[in-house]
Design a binder for this molecule. Structure first.
Ligand SMILES: Nc1nc2c(c(=O)[nH]1)N[C@H]1C(S)=C(S)[C@@H](COP(=O)(O)OP(=O)(O)OC[C@H]3O[C@@H](n4cnc5c(=O)[nH]c(N)nc54)[C@H](O)[C@@H]3O)O[C@H]1N2
Ligand SMILES: Nc1nc2c(c(=O)[nH]1)N[C@H]1C(S)=C(S)[C@@H](COP(=O)(O)OP(=O)(O)OC[C@H]3O[C@@H](n4cnc5c(=O)[nH]c(N)nc54)[C@H](O)[C@@H]3O)O[C@H]1N2
Ligand SMILES: [Mo]
Length: 696
C-alpha cells in the first residue's frame, strides 16, 4: 500500500480558503485535513470540508455525460459519450453563433473559486466566440463598490492580527458559520480582554456569543453609521491629526451628519438612542487610546437596496478615529484586491477584439427576467443558449419562479457542468460530469486572507468526469478555435495566474507554490496606518467626486430599503414581515445540501419567528407555514424564537428545491431589484406574510 499526502486548497466560496492536506491511499482519498502550518487554517477545517471525501465519493456523483429525455425540470436523462456531447454542443452553438454569438451566455459563479477552473479556459472560449458577457454580481459587488469609493481598493486589516484587538465590531456577518478561522482569533482576542459587538437583525450563533448585540432592522446599516458619525463628531471623539492628513471632505461630512441625531438614527434603525451613543463612545475610546478597534464588515449588510452606501458609510468610521493606525484596528471587508491576478493572461479578453464591438452584458442577478425577454433593440438577441458551470442558479438566483420559467423554455439550449444533479441540472439539455477539487489542478486567491494557494490533484477523475477547462478545450477544438492558448494545460494556466513582476507576489513561481502549498503576499499588517489610500486623492474620501460622476450622492447618505414598514407602508400592510435568508452553517450556499450527514444536521427548511409575530397568527413552534408575497411562496417549519427580532423572519439557506416538501425554496419570495451600487441582488430586502398551513 502506498500512502501520500497531497497539498490542496479548499475551493469553496468562503473567506477562509483553507490549506488542505489530503491523505491518499492506493489512489483513494481517505482523509482531508487542515494544514497545521498554514497560519490562518491552523490545522482546523469546518464540518463541511472535513467531510470532503463524503462529497467526492458521494453515490450521486455525476459520472457520465447525459442527454435529457424527460421534460425540462423533470430530471430524466440518458447516458451519452463525451464525443456525442461535445459534437452536439458544438453544432448547436455554431448554428446560433452564425446568427449572433451574443445569444449565447455563460452562467457561472463560485462553486469553485480556483482561478483555473473559473474564468481561464472558459473566459478564453467565450471571448473568442463573442458570446454575451456575464456580470457577476450575485454576492459582493454592492459593498465592494461602496468600499472602493471610500478606501480605494478591497484591501483592509489583516485578519491574522485580530487577536490583538481590544474591540471587535462584527457588522453584518456570522463568522461562526461563514468565516470560522476569523472567529477563532476573535475568541483569542476575547480571552485577552477584547469586547465583541455584533450588529445583526438576527441573534445569530455569533451574536449569541458577543458582549453586545445590536439588532437593527435589515437595510438600515448606513443610517447607523451616520448616527455614529454624528456622535463621534458632535462629542469630538476624533483623531484630528489623522483626519487632517489622510481624509478628504471632513467639513462636508460634518454638515451632512448633523441631522443624524441618536434619536433620529434609532427611529430609522429600530433600536434605542442609547445603543447608538454607547457604540460610538466605546468604539472611539478604544481607537483613541491607541488600541486595536476593528470592524469586520461582511456580506449580510449588502443585500439590500442601499447595500453599497452601507459599506461606504461604515468605511468612513475608522478614519475618523484613526483606527487604521493599529494593525488590529481599521476595517476588513475583503482582501480580494490585494492579489495581483493577471486576468488578461487568464481569460484573454483580447480574443474578443475580432468581433469589433463590446459584447452585450447580462447581469446574473436578473437572469429570471432576462431569459424571458424577447429580442429587442435595447436588449439585443434573445438568449438562446446557456452554459452553466460552478453555479446553481435555479436554487440561488432571486425571484425563482421566473428563473425556473426561463430555464423551462423549450427553445433554450442549456448545458450544465456539475458534480451533482442539482435543481439547475434538471433543466439541462446536456449534463456533463465535472471533477471536484481533489481531481483537478488549481490556484487560488482569497477574500479573507492574503495567501496565494495551490491545489494539486490528489486522485484521478471519478468516472468520466473532466475539469471545466478540459470541457472548454474540447469544445474550442470542435468549433475550430486554433489559437495557441486553447492548448494550454491547467499547469500552464496556473503559471500565469498572478503577475510575477508585481511587488506583492514575491516573484510568483507556480512550481514552487505547488510544492509549498501556499505563499503569503508581501502585504503590510496595517495597510493605511500612514494613509496611502488607493483612491484618486490618496485619502479616505468622505467626499467622493467619483460617486458624484456616477450619479450618486458624493457624501454618506441613507438609502432606505425597497421593502420595509417605514419605506413602503402600503406594501407592509399586505406583507408586514421582513425576511432574510442568510447561510445555514452546514451548507455552503446550495453546495453540501445533498450530503446526508450535513442535511441531517440542518433538518428541513425552517423559519425562525418571534413569539409575538407567531402568536398573533396562531402559529405554534413546529407548525408548517406558508411564506408568501406577490412573487411567490414557500413552505417551512416554524421555530418560535426571539432570535428573530419582532417583525423579522429568518429562513437559513440555501435549500435545494427538490428536498423541500413543496419543491420550492426561499428565492421564490426574493426580488430581482438591484442595489444602489454594483448592480447586486437584494436578497435581504423582502417583505412577506406568513400563515399556518392547516393541512400539515
Ligand atoms: N457555512 C457557510 N459559510 C459560508 C457560506 C454558506 O452558505 N455557509 N456562504 C459563503 C458566501 S458565498 C458568503 S457571501 C459569505 C456570507 O457570509 P456573511 O458575510 O456572514 O453574510 P451573511 O451570512 O449573508 O449574513 C451574515 C449576517 O448578517 C445578518 N444580516 C442580514 N441582513 C442584515 C442587515 O441588513 N444588516 C446587518 N447588519 N446584518 C444583516 C444575517 O442575519 C446574518 O447573521 O459566507 C461564505 N461562507
Ligand atoms: N436567498 C438567498 N439567496 C442567495 C444568497 C442568500 O444569502 N440568500 N446568497 C447568494 C450568494 S452570497 C452567493 S455567492 C450565491 C451562490 O451561488 P452559487 O455560486 O451558484 O453557489 P452554489 O449554490 O454553492 O452552487 C455552486 C455549484 O457549483 C458546483 N461546482 C463546484 N465546483 C465545481 C467545479 O469545479 N466545476 C463545476 N462545473 N461545478 C462545480 C457545485 O456542485 C454547486 O452545485 O447565492 C446567492 N443566493
Ligand atoms: Mo457569496
Amino acid at each position: 500500500m502506498t500512502t501520500t499526502i497531497v497539498r490542496a486548497a479548499c475551493p469553496h466560496d468562503c473567506p477562509d480558503t483553507c490549506a488542505l492536506l489530503v491523505t491518499v491511499k492506493d489512489g483513494v482519498a481517505t482523509e482531508v485535513k487542515g494544514d497545521p502550518e498554514h497560519p490562518t487554517t491552523a490545522g482546523v477545517l469546518c464540518t463541511k470540508v472535513s467531510r470532503y471525501t463524503e462529497r467526492t465519493y458521494h453515490k450521486d456523483r455525476l459520472l457520465y455525460p447525459m442527454r435529457r429525455i424527460g421534460a425540462k425540470g423533470e430530471g430524466k436523462f440518458e447516458r451519452i459519450s463525451w464525443d456525442e456531447a461535445i459534437g452536439t454542443i458544438a453544432e448547436r452553438l455554431g448554428a446560433i453563433a452564425l446568427r449572433d454569438p451574443q445569444a449565447i451566455l455563460p452562467y457561472s459563479f463560485a462553486g469553485t473559486m480556483g482561478l483555473v477552473q473559473t474564468e481561464s479556459m472558459a473566459g478564453r472560449f467565450f471571448n473568442r466566440l463573442g458570446a454575451s458577457q456575464l456580470e457577476r454580481t450575485i454576492c459582493s459587488s454592492a459593498g465592494g463598490v461602496g468600499y472602493r469609493y471610500t478606501v480605494g481598493a478591497r484591501i483592509g486589516t489583516d485578519l491574522e492580527q485580530v487577536q490583538h484587538a481590544k474591540l471587535i465590531v462584527i457588522w453584518g456577518g456570522n463568522p461562526i458559520a461563514s468565516n470560522l478561522h476569523f472567529w477563532t482569533r476573535v475568541q483569542a482576542a476575547k480571552r485577552n480582554g477584547a469586547r465583541i459587538i455584533v450588529i445583526d437583525p438576527y441573534r445569530s450563533l455569533t451574536a449569541e456569543k458577543s458582549h453586545r448585540h445590536i439588532a437593527l432592522l435589515p437595510g438600515t446599516d448606513a443610517a447607523l453609521a451616520l448616527g455614529l458619525m454624528h456622535v463621534l463628531i458632535g462629542e469630538d471623539l476624533l483623531d484630528h491629526d489623522y483626519i487632517a492628513r489622510h481624509t478628504l471632505g471632513f467639513d462636508q461630512l460634518k454638515q451632512r451628519v448633523q441631522q443624524w441625531t441618536p434619536q433620529h438614527t434609532a427611529e430609522v434603525c429600530g433600536i434605542t438612542a442609547g445603543e447608538v451613543i454607547e457604540l460610538a463612545r466605546e468604539y472611539a475610546a478604544a481607537a483613541l487610546a491607541g488600541e486595536g478597534a476593528m470592524i469586520r464588515a461582511n456580506y449580510g449588510l449588502q443585500r439590500v437596496r442601499g447595500g453599497g452606501m452601507s459599506a461606504r458609510n461604515i468605511a468612513c468610521l475608522p478614519a475618523l478615529v484613526g483606527a487604521w493606525r493599529h494593525p488590529a484596528g481599521g476595517m476588513q471587508l475583503s482582501t480580494s484586491d490585494s492579489f495581483p491576478r493577471d486576468n488578461a493572461a487568464l481569460s484573454r479578453p483580447d480574443l474578443a477584439a475580432r468581433h469589433g464591438r463590446a459584447a452585450r452584458v447580462i447581469n446574473m442577478s436578473t437572469i429570471g427576467d432576462d431569459l424571458l425577454k424577447p429580442a429587442s433593440a435595447d436588449f439585443g438577441p434573445r438568449i438562446e443558449a446557456l452554459i452553466v458551470y460552478n453555479a446553481n442558479p435555479v436554487a440561488v438566483a432571486p425571484e425563482s419562479a421566473k428563473v425556473a420559467q426561463g430555464f423551462a423554455r423549450e427553445d433554450l439550449f442549456t448545458v450544465v457542468l456539475e458534480h451533482f444533479q442539482t435543481d439547475t441540472a434538471d433543466y439541462a439539455d446536456i449534463v456533463l460530469p465535472a471533477t471536484t477539487q481533489l481531481e483537478h489542478v488549481d490556484v487560488h486567491s482569497a477574500y479573507g486572507h492574503v495567501y496565494m494557494m495551490a491545489n494539486n490533484a490528489a486522485i484521478a477523475p471519478m468516472g468520466e468526469a473532466k475539469p471545466n477547462t478540459e470541457f472548454f478545450r474540447l469544445l474550442a477544438a470542435a468549433m475550430g478555435f486554433d489559437e495557441e492558448c486553447f492548448g494550454h494545460s491547467d499547469d500552464e494556466i496556473a503559471a500565469v495566474a498572478f503577475r510575477r513582476d508585481h511587488p506583492r507576489s514575491g516573484g510568483y513561481d507556480w512550481n514552487l507554490l505547488k510544492q509549498k502549498g501556499w505563499q503569503r503576499l508581501d502585504m503590510p499588517a496595517a495597510p493605511f496606518a500612514d494613509g496611502g489610500f488607493a483612491t484618486p486623492s490618496g485619502k479616505c474620501e468622505f467626499y467622493s467626486a467619483q460617486m458624484l460622476a456616477a450619479g450618486l450622492d458624493p457624501l454618506p447618505t441613507y438609502i432606505a430599503p425597497y421593502e420595509s414598514a417605514l419605506s413602503n407602508p402600503e406594501l407592509a400592510l399586505k406583507y408586514p414581515l421582513a425576511m432574510i435568508s442568510p447561510p445555514a452553517r452546514n451548507f455552503l450556499n446550495s453546495s453540501f445540501v445533498n450530503v446526508q450527514s450535513l442535511r441531517d444536521t440542518e433538518g428541513e427548511p425552517r423559519l425562525d419567528m418571534h413569539p409575538l409575530d407567531a402568536g398573533g397568527r396562531n402559529i405554534a413552534d413546529g407548525d408548517m407555514v406558508r411564506i408568501f408575497n406577490d412573487r411567490g411562496s414557500m413552505q417551512a417549519r416554524v421555530r418560535v424564537t426571539d432570535r428573530a427580532r419582532i417583525g423579522l423572519v429568518v429562513g437559513l439557506s440555501i435549500w435545494w428545491k427538490k428536498f423541500a416538501a413543496d419543491g420550492k425554496n426561499v428565492n421564490e419570495v426574493t426580488s430581482q431589484r438591484l442595489t444602489d451600487m454594483g448592480n447586486a441582488p437584494t436578497f435581504y430586502d423582502v417583505l412577506v406574510q406568513v400563515e399556518k398551513l392547516e393541512s400539515a
